[in-house]
Design a protein around this ligand. Structure first.
Ligand SMILES: [Zn+2]
Length: 471
């Protein structure tokens, strides 16, 4: 060995090893809190919740608890603890990165991303996991599957609406038109390798394509989620592996069924393990709200009845541009769509679905007009109770335990229990008594980290800066 290498070798051997800091997980204690049981519907008062690192370590009666001296103790008397909320239908790339902390500020600690620019979504998921940006736990689907006919129509619209060429181009590139069963299998194989959790179907050109997608997806244990397929029987779609059906307009194909026929269908869906995501708030924001309300919101006009007007500066430019485009597209929908009656029938169907054992999932379709990341999930839950007639417990379940079970994460999420990930929301009142207390967010605990009221104010400021920087 040459001398210089010897010297190097000795230096390395004799240098003291850099001391590795021993990581001591931080301990957070919620003292004297009331905990909602979202499975049974009870409330346990005077409890102490100890969170170590990102997990709930123990839940004890206050009188039995001895918080460790190093713990950060939060006085939570009079406050109500629920599991973090899930929004089960969002389009993050329409709302952009700024929407991620905005969800969290409203107590939404997990979302199911239902189709957008996959590269961008994967980057967001990565940034959230690494802690670069504050954001919810993300479950994601691959590129949105369309029929060739629908994608063709979208391209035609791009020509007819040159003002929105950018928006259309984005939509077209985020979707894939599946040509035939072979193409379907090839697409599933490719998408499975990209690390997605679901396959989102918006439209398919034939029953054969649907079956090819479903059977190939089953090989990779990728559940299908999406719209009610027009060319496939609903019960068959569920049997073949479509796990969730989205939006209130599922009833199109089934409108002429009697109640007894609907119940028979819904029971078969329950047996297949399918769930429904009604996204009622989208009907309210887009279909059932007069256009001038949306126009005023977009034009930054003040108005008494503008929903969530205080959130407007927190919405990305891309989201507002997309709303403008969707407003312009309304005229192509045709007169055959009676949205009032579709919405009314959907609301009745939700109760029937529940009666037949089909889980309801709370989702908003962030990306649709006047749907605000975070705030609109609260609206959806309120609509479930006051418009549909669900119990407050059923509404809470739709955004907590049902969602966690749906994605197969009930071991880690969905309830306030020992051992689970500490994604939690502290409310100022009991949502079982009045669902509107869901809006009364005092603090959010995200993977064991406390975001109190003043930190949430800062988070909103950070959202605004992201929006101003074009994100
Ligand atoms: Zn959607």
């Amino acid at each position: 060995m040459v001398p210089s290498l010897w010297i190097w070798f000795l230096v390395v051997l004799w240098s003291p090893l850099p001391e590795k800091p021993i990581e001591i997980p931080e301990v957070l204690v919620l003292d004297d809190v009331a905990i909602i049981d979202v499975v049974e519907g009870g409330i346990r008062e005077n409890m102490t919740v100890t969170i170590r690192g990102d997990r709930i370590e123990s839940i004890q009666r206050k009188s039995d608890a001895k918080p460790p001296p190093s713990a950060e103790v939060v006085a939570a008397a009079g406050k109500v603890l629920i599991p973090g909320l899930w929004d089960m239908h969002v389009h993050i790339t329409m709302a952009r990165e700024s929407s991620l902390p905005l969800f969290v500020a409203h107590g939404v600690t997990a979302v199911r991303e239902m189709g957008g620019n996959l590269e961008e979504v994967l980057a967001y998921r990565d940034r959230v996991r690494k802690g670069v940006i504050l954001g919810p736990h993300l479950k994601i689907s691959g590129a949105v599957i369309e029929s060739s006919q629908f994608l063709g129509a979208l391209k035609q619209l791009r020509q007819m609406e040159p003002d929105f060429a950018d928006e259309f181009s984005r939509l077209v590139t985020e979707r894939v038109a599946i040509r035939d069963p072979d193409h379907a299998r090839e697409f599933v194989k490719k998408t499975a390798a990209q690390g997605v959790d679901f396959l989102k179907i918006r439209s398919v050109g034939s029953r054969e394509i649907f079956l090819a997608l479903a059977r190939e997806a089953a090989k990779y244990e990728l559940p299908l989620v999406g719209h009610v397929p027009v060319l496939v029987d609903l019960a068959e779609a569920a049997r073949e592996g479509q796990r969730s059906f989205e939006h209130s307009f599922w009833g199109f194909k089934h409108r002429n069924r009697t109640e007894a026929q609907k119940k028979e269908l819904f029971r078969s869906l329950a047996e297949s393990g399918a769930a429904f995501t009604p996204t009622l708030i989208t009907d309210r924001g887009y279909r059932l709200t007069p256009d001038h309300v949306l126009r005023s919101f977009l034009n930054f006009e003040e108005g008494d009845n503008l929903p969530h007007v205080q959130e407007r500066p927190l919405l990305s430019r891309r989201l507002l541009d997309s709303w403008r485009m969707q407003l312009a597209l309304k005229k192509y929908e045709g007169a055959g769509f009676d949205w009032v009656s579709i919405h009314e029938e959907a609301k009745k169907d939700i109760l029937l679905l529940l009666e037949c054992g089909v889980p309801i999932l709370a989702g908003t379709d962030v990306g649709a007009p006047l749907v605000i990341p975070g705030a609109s999930l609260h609206d959806e839950l309120e609509m479930f109770v006051s418009d549909v007639g669900m119990s407050t417990l059923q509404a809470l379940q739709s955004a907590t335990v049902n969602a966690a079970r749906f994605v197969g994460e009930e071991e880690d999420r969905g309830t306030v229990e020992e051992g689970k990930i500490a994604d939690l929301v502290l409310l100022g009142g009991n949502p079982l008594e009045n669902i509107n207390h869901i809006r009364d967010v005092e603090s959010v605990i995200l993977r064991g980290k406390m975001l109190d009221k003043s930190r949430i104010v800062d988070v909103r400021k950070e959202v605004r800066s992201l929006v101003e920087a074009g994100n």
